[in-house]
Design a protein around this ligand. Structure first.
Ligand code: HEM
Length: 490
């Protein structure tokens, strides 16, 4: 049967089929019955530290090569470190790709009685949620409609910075700018998810619970990552990480529930504004979904859209500050295209080619998502191996995208390489994932990042004054120290 599937689906002929190796042959640390590689982990007598996930991936590759088997309890994983292998993996994606589920979030949803959301569902349920979301979230034209509101939010960021300057100075030292970036990202996404402004970056108008909300989202991301990358003791016993995760999540769900409920009431009261939330509520029945499903989707966007985007902007500012010539080149482009205008238009965005290269290059060096995955829904040939259904393929793009094999001067920040994008292997950098299940917030995130950078670099030369950051792995791979900057007025 397996032989027949391989022959038809992968057009594998008899001799190739005979030469295929089996899953068992894939190299990897020694696996024991029931517990798998548990005893290879630090704390259990072994050497690997999953909480340092990037280093862990690098070590596995250096020891075993470009395809590595790793089994923990009943979960079988295969790590892929080669764009060609990743291309083969995505070929089997189909219309309903299965990404590995985030088990801490599954447990939480079960405990709180929440139905699965877009990022944490599979199969038919995922397809329905995605079909409802795609027209509003993934089409460039739909996202451009948000530009005027995003301009307003970015202008508020500039007002906030300007208020901090002393009258007689043209230099401002801003410690912990990363906290402002999280508030900014929350503001951008709240317009979409709650259909309303929270005034996160306006210190006078900011709603009282916003600080706690943004801190809770940050805790959610850090603790979900810690739980995901540690042996699942939390499944049976409420560890400290679990308790913090649950408390933060409860607060997020309580607040988002309130905001969305208010937005829903406004909509019922003849609000004529066309918004994403309204679109979702109008079209939900056609997709067999409920109001609760829409609330779940919005909460998902909120959780997925804050720390990811804030981290990307954090690294981008760091890269530009560390590379003044590149920052200057970007400033010249912005100056030429946008001038002093406070209103960034679709036409401006279209013309800012170098800005897009700068963003791609920063995401190449610092992919915010530590690794992406797919669960095989059928037996599949990857490289020389026939890998059975149910195995999780983990794509190690943060390793590949920093490899000299695929990028000359791989450690350097060189945006110009993206001017010749056709020379770059499309499976080497997958900052937003790939295919039918790629990040649904990609266009929104990119637009937010472009706008923020235009406004900041248009007015200030930025200088980094902190120490070189290390890495803090949660669900997002973020810098382990705050963003301390000098803003020099131009
Ligand atoms: C720089 C910012 C961002 C990065 C780097 C990023 C990255 C990713 C990646 C790698 C995935 C997995 C894709 C795959 O499986 O192929 C993903 C999924 C997702 N992202 Fe993003 N993301 C960002 C911003 C956002 C924003 C702003 C939103 C919401 C407004 C969002 C919502 C989601 C959702 C809901 C999913 C799950 C999609 C699904 O399973 O169908 N993301 N993101």
């Amino acid at each position: 049967m397996i032989k027949q599937v391989c022959k038809t689906v992968f057009k594998v002929n008899n001799s190739t089929f005979k030469s295929l190796k089996s899953y068992k042959d894939i190299p990897g640390p020694r696996s024991m019955p029931l517990v798998g590689t548990l005893f290879s982990l630090k704390g259990f007598g072994g050497e690997y530290n999953l909480l340092e996930f990037r280093d862990f991936q690098d070590i596995l590759q250096s020891q075993y090569g470009n395809i590595v088997k790793w089994e923990l309890f009943n979960q079988k994983n295969v790590y892929l470190y080669d764009p060609e292998l990743i291309r083969q993996a995505f070929k089997t994606d189909g219309n309903t790709p299965h990404r590995s589920l985030l088990f801490p979030i599954l447990k939480l949803h079960k405990k709180l009685g929440i139905k699965s959301t877009l990022s944490n569902s599979q199969g038919e349920r995922w397809r329905k949620l995605r079909s409802l979301s795609n027209p509003c979230m993934a089409r460039p034209q739909a996202i451009l409609a948000y530009l005027p509101n995003q301009n307003q939010v970015a202008n508020e960021l500039i007002d906030l910075i300007e208020q901090k300057f002393n009258n007689d100075s043209n230099i401002l030292t801003y410690h912990k700018f990363d906290q402002i970036l999280r508030l900014l990202a929350l503001e951008y996404v709240s317009e979409i998810a709650f259909d309303r402004r929270l005034y996160c970056v306006d210190e006078k108008k900011r709603l009282a619970d916003v600080d706690q909300l943004v801190t809770s989202i940050n805790t959610f991301f850090i603790q979900a990552g810690r739980l995901l990358f540690s042996p699942p003791i939390w499944k049976y016993y409420p560890t400290k990480d679990w308790v913090e995760f649950e408390q933060a999540s409860r607060y997020i769900y309580k607040k988002t529930g309130e905001y969305i409920h208010n937005a829903y009431e406004d909509l019922k009261n003849n609000n004529t504004k066309q918004t994403i939330l309204k679109e979702f509520l109008i079209r939900k029945d056609k997709h067999g979904l409920s109001t609760d499903d829409v609330v779940g989707l919005m909460t998902d966007f909120l959780m997925a859209g804050v720390d990811t985007t804030a981290t990307a902007i954090h690294y981008l500012l760091y890269d530009l500050a560390k590379n003044p010539a590149i920052q200057n080149k970007l400033y010249n482009e912005i100056n030429q295209v946008v001038g002093n205008s406070h209103e960034v238009t679709a036409d401006h965005l279209n013309k800012l080619k170098y800005l897009k290269c700068v963003v791609k290059e920063s995401l190449r060096l610092h992919s915010s998502v530590p690794a992406n995955s797919r669960i095989l829904t059928e037996d599949t040939v990857i490289g020389d191996y026939l890998i059975p259904k149910g195995v999780v393929l983990v794509f190690c793009n943060s390793n590949i995208s920093k490899s000299e094999k695929y990028f000359k001067n791989a450690d350097s920040f060189e945006p110009d390489r993206w001017m010749h994008e056709k020379d770059i292997n499309p499976y080497a950098v997958l900052s937003f994932g790939f295919g039918a299940r790629m990040c649904i917030g990609r266009r929104i995130a990119e637009q937010e990042i472009y706008l923020t950078m235009i406004k900041l670099i248009q007015r200030y030369r930025v200088e980094y004054i902190g120490e070189k950051p290390g890495l803090k792995i949660g669900l997002v791979a973020a810098p382990d120290r705050p963003l301390d900057l000098n803003f020099h007025r131009r």
